[in-house]
Write a protein of this length. Structure first.
Length: 347
């Protein structure tokens, strides 16, 4: 029985089919798990693949699909890898997990560790993580330490500590994490009944790019991957991908991914367009792939863009860029007038 799971329902219970399929069960034969692996799941994966017709027209792409990874339990794609990494850590007798993070790995590690009954130690670069991600991580019971330094300094320190054997490192340098993350490609290929013309995703450390490449290799496909990094890696407003020195740069190169850059203006424009045109609110970093597509930099009739994390992860960024509410009297005439004035401004 998996950790965090209730016993199977009694025969008499009126449950006709499993309610939620853990990612590990859906892709068991493609993952490094066995019957002995305790499945630590929060209902990750199986995320929506959404058509984006309005943005497809704007970009001049026949079919634009969005892999909405914000639907994962902690609000980002990290949960795909974390279910595998924490399940394997538990199987191998880990006593604690550790990560360095710009915020999303932190929340995911904290959640799966809590579910597994393991302590989590989370290191974040000082002052460079969205407040909601820190609150989420703290609420989930992790010990959070802010490190005086950049993400790159933080990851180096985490790797050194993990080398002492007291903690299992659950960053994407952990191969079990990448195994889990590759499943997004399996879902897309299954749902589209074949590969798209391109996969497009943000490029921070490159772990997700290397996972996608691994999935394509396993499927015997050579679909192009387009990985989009922040032009100013060390200072971008997209804190999730504020990484100076991507740890998987070599793997990204070896995978033959096409690396493009988007500056903050392009990121913000794509991020706002996704919200206002398609009704999807993501965090700024998640719009990196879309920025390249909207610029016309991605070829193909059928393009899949991965939207990696939810907008509620970074409300302060939204607050800075979205229209502020006007203050009105509790009066229908005043409200009607203010409403049409605001519509005029955004039309
Ligand atoms: N999108 C989001 C929302 C992220 O949080 C990250 C990375 C990326 C994209 C980049 O993915 O590193 O696999 O190329 N976040 C890490 C973290 C660094 O600590 O949460 P990548």
């Amino acid at each position: 029985m998996g950790v965090g799971h209730f016993p199977p329902p009694a025969k008499s219970a009126r449950v006709s089919r499993p309610v939620t399929v853990p990612l590990i069960e859906r892709f068991r034969e493609r993952l490094p798990v066995s019957a002995r692996t305790p499945v630590v799941s929060l209902g990750e994966g199986s995320t929506p693949l959404l058509a984006a017709p309005t943005l497809a027209r704007a970009a001049g792409v026949r079919e634009l699909w969005l892999k909405w990874e914000a639907s994962n339990p902690t609000g980002s794609y990290k949960d795909r890898g974390m279910t595998v990494a924490v399940s394997k850590a538990l199987e191998l007798g880990a006593e604690a997990v550790l990560c360095a993070s710009t915020g999303n790995t932190a929340a995911s590690a904290a959640a799966y560790a809590a579910r597994a009954g393991l302590p989590a130690l989370v290191l974040t670069p000082e002052g460079a993580v969205a407040g909601a991600k820190l609150a989420q991580t703290r609420m989930l019971g992790a010990t959070v330490l802010e490190v005086r330094g950049s993400f790159d300094d933080t990851l180096r320190a985490a790797q050194e500590l993990a080398g002492r054997g007291t903690h299992v490192l659950v960053n994407s340098v952990n191969p079990d994490r990448r195994e889990g993350q590759k499943t997004a490609v399996f879902e897309v290929v299954e749902e589209l009944d074949g590969p798209p013309d391109a996969f497009v995703l943000p490029y921070g450390g490159g772990g997700n790019t290397s996972s996608y490449a691994q999935a394509l290799a396993e499927l015997g496909l050579s679909t192009p991957i387009v990985s989009v990094e922040a032009t100013d890696r060390r200072r971008t407003l997209a804190t999730a991908i504020r990484i100076g020195d991507p740890v998987h740069a070599g793997a990204v190169r070896d995978a033959g991914a096409r690396v493009l850059a988007a500056d903050d203006d392009a990121l913000v424009a794509a991020w706002r367009a996704l919200a206002s045109e398609e009704g999807l609110f993501c965090e700024p970093s998640s719009a990196a792939g879309l920025a390249a597509v909207l610029r016309g930099d991605v070829e193909g009739d059928r393009v899949v863009v991965t939207i990696t994390g939810h907008g509620l992860k970074d409300p302060a960024a939204a607050d800075r860029h979205a229209a502020a509410p006007a203050l009105v009297a509790p009066d229908a005439d005043a409200i009607a007038a203010a409403g049409s004035a605001a519509r005029g401004r955004t039309a």
